[in-house]
Design a protein around this ligand. Structure first.
Ligand SMILES: [Mn+2]
Length: 363
């Protein structure tokens, strides 16, 4: 049974200024990570991004944007009080920035060569080795956090960022994976890269048998092979395509009923992978591969709240593909989704309670 700091201890350790300095952490807190209950691993990674870039800047941009968030949540009782902090990058963490730059340059050369019908074996091998190094780094960070009895989450980076965390949790026991995304991310390999952002859930399903269920929500841009692969998995994969979600609403089904149909597919223990492009592009205009349609911000938050209130045990999460565009809007929305994910995780782990409105919500 993990040990959580009492609210009082954590609260005493929080130093939330009214005018947080730019170097303050998530929500402007200067909480010592040693005092936190939930540790967020920043993964500034976009080596295999195939279209628009920028997602490697997401962790820093989300921290900056989070300073203007107010801390009350309508359903979860003051999530910040449980103690949320970003892991300060260790020496290897700093090296990840450099590794990302090297891998990104090699990936761009490889993609260019492929487009011109040329071979790209050396550059592709460089990218694959870098991705494996990243996965090992995130895995080791996650193992260390879990070893201290704490909660771990990843803030990416592109969608290849969280594989190390999923691996660490998969070694602990069985769980289901709730995946919000415009894309299946089930490609066997993409552009020659074994650990592409477009392949993460293929890799997860193939390598981690304790991931007993994958439930995908808001999918609306996919290949025939991916859809066939998902269907071939039988009960292990359930897909709620964006178009089907809209049709159910159009035919009069309540969004609450639809949400409960999604949750009903999940086992007791749940990991959440949230690609920001699950949301309609007005909420994430800078993201690398935007697709029209998708969830509204309120719909996504409602699903996260209902999942936590359902009594499922949320064991971790990642937030990926936020790409700070020309304005701070993408990071602003990302910071708000991140805080809701934190609330859902902390509530489901008993680290915080729910508000009177949360008490009234029926599930
Ligand atoms: Mn994705």
């Amino acid at each position: 049974m993990p040990h959580y700091h009492t609210l009082q201890q954590s609260n005493a350790a929080l130093a939330l200024g009214n005018h947080p300095a730019i170097d303050a952490g998530f929500l402007g807190s200067r909480l010592d990570p040693a005092e936190a209950t939930l540790l967020l691993i920043p993964v500034p990674w976009e080596a295999t991004t195939s279209y628009g870039g920028g997602t490697s800047q997401a962790p820093a941009a989300i921290i900056a944007a989070s300073h203007q968030l107010d801390l009350e949540d309508r359903v979860f009782q003051q999530p910040y009080r449980a103690g949320i902090a970003f892991v300060p990058p260790r020496a290897e963490g700093e090296a990840i920035h450099e590794l990302n730059r090297t891998a990104r340059a090699a990936a761009l050369r490889a993609i260019d060569a492929l487009e011109h019908g040329a071979g790209a074996a050396a550059d592709t091998a460089t990218v694959n080795a870098a991705s494996e190094q990243l996965n090992r780094y995130v895995y080791e960070q996650a193992r260390a956090i879990r070893g201290e009895g704490k909660l771990a989450a990843v803030v990416g980076g592109d969608h290849s960022s969280p594989q190390g965390l999923i691996q660490a949790l998969a070694e602990e026991g069985e769980f289901g994976l709730l995946h919000f995304d415009a894309h299946h991310d089930l490609r066997v390999v993409f552009e020659g890269f074994n650990h592409s952002h477009a392949s993460i859930f293929y890799n997860v399903l193939e390598h981690y048998p304790t991931v007993t269920k994958l439930v995908q929500v808001a999918i609306r841009d996919y290949s025939r092979d991916e859809a066939r692969y998902a269907a071939d998995q039988g009960e292990r994969v359930a897909v709620f395509y964006g178009r089907d979600l809209f049709r159910r609403k159009a035919e009069g089904e309540s969004f609450k009923a639809i949400t409960h149909a999604v949750i009903a597919q999940l086992p007791q223990r749940v990991y959440i992978s949230f690609d920001i492009d699950a949301l309609d592009p007005p909420y994430c205009p800078g993201t690398g591969t935007p697709v029209p349609g998708g969830l509204s911000f309120d719909e996504a938050c409602f699903m996260l709240e209902e999942l936590a209130l359902s009594g499922r045990e949320i064991i971790g999460f990642d937030l990926c593909e936020v790409a700070p565009g020309k304005s701070e809007w993408d990071a602003n929305v990302g910071a708000r989704i991140l805080y809701k994910l934190c609330g859902a995780l902390l509530y489901s782990q008993g680290a915080i309670g729910r508000t009177p409105q949360g008490e009234e919500a029926t599930c």
